[in-house]
Design a binder for this molecule. Structure first.
Ligand code: ADP
Ligand code: MG
Length: 220
């Protein structure tokens, strides 16, 4: 298989990425809920694990022929299975990402970056939020911008996703020093200081799972 072929975001790769994200978040759901319990209501890990589990089940359906359809189906699974802010926002992210990817018949790394940018723009709009408010956007926005930089330097799918994962993890780490000004946690702003944002951690876990999946299936 040529290098170019391997760098296609086809249906099978999308199914693998959704499955990898579901496994990773499932394995970390208690940690995510504990983070959410500090200033929120403690349901984030369960919410995300439930939604991604359903996304995994739906995405493998044989009537999805493109990666775009797989990501859209994953987004709908979030909307249909969980309430809460993050359910709606991740649902919007995955659906927009599918929409962005869908513009190309044979999507590659640049299309993936375009899809990710659609996703982050939609979350910003739906959440009426911006980076710096201690939310998922503090991992998502730097991840997507790192993905673009790596792609513009000629990076492969694997390097694009690895740089996104590293930026997402750094972004999630940086939320510990922030005070929340969006979402439920803003009502317990002082308590949240020193603790990372749960949604930002979910973003980091998802990008790390994607980077590991594409670079040969290391699972951490
Ligand atoms: P809920 O807060 O409704 O219980 P979750 O616990 O599942 O929902 O998700 C909480 C996460 O959602 C937060 O950690 C934060 O990252 C994210 N979040 C909440 N509101 C917003 C918003 N307006 N914009 C972006 N992200 C948000
Ligand atoms: Mg919650």
């Amino acid at each position: 298989m040529s290098k170019v072929d391997r760098d296609l975001v086809d249906r099978d790769l999308a199914v693998r990425l959704v499955a990898a994200a579901a496994r990773r978040v499932h394995d970390h759901q208690e940690m995510l809920s504990q983070l959410d319990a500090v200033a929120g209501d403690g349901d984030h890990g369960v919410n995300m694990s439930t939604a991604l589990g359903e996304a995994d089940r739906r995405s493998g359906k044989c009537d999805h022929v493109t990666a775009a359809e797989v990501f859209k189906a994953a987004g709908s699974a979030f909307h249909d299975t969980v309430g809460g802010a993050a359910g709606a926002l991740f649902g919007a992210f995955f659906r927009a990402m599918g929409g962005g990817l869908g513009r190309s018949a044979e999507p590659g790394p640049a299309d993936l970056v375009a899809g990710l940018e659609k996703g982050v723009a939609r979350v910003t709009r739906v959440g009426r939020s911006e980076p710096g408010q201690k939310t998922m956007l503090d991992a998502m926005a730097p991840a997507v911008s790192a993905a673009r930089t790596t792609r513009e330097a000629g990076g492969t799918l694997a390097s694009v996703l690895r740089s996104a994962a590293e930026a997402a993890r750094d972004g999630a780490g940086a939320t510990a020093a922030m005070r929340p000004s969006a979402g439920r946690a803003r009502y317990a702003s002082d308590r949240s200081l020193g603790t990372e944002d749960p949604g930002a951690n979910t973003v980091a876990l998802i990008f790390e799972a994607w980077a590991d999946e594409i670079s040969g299936g290391k699972h951490g």
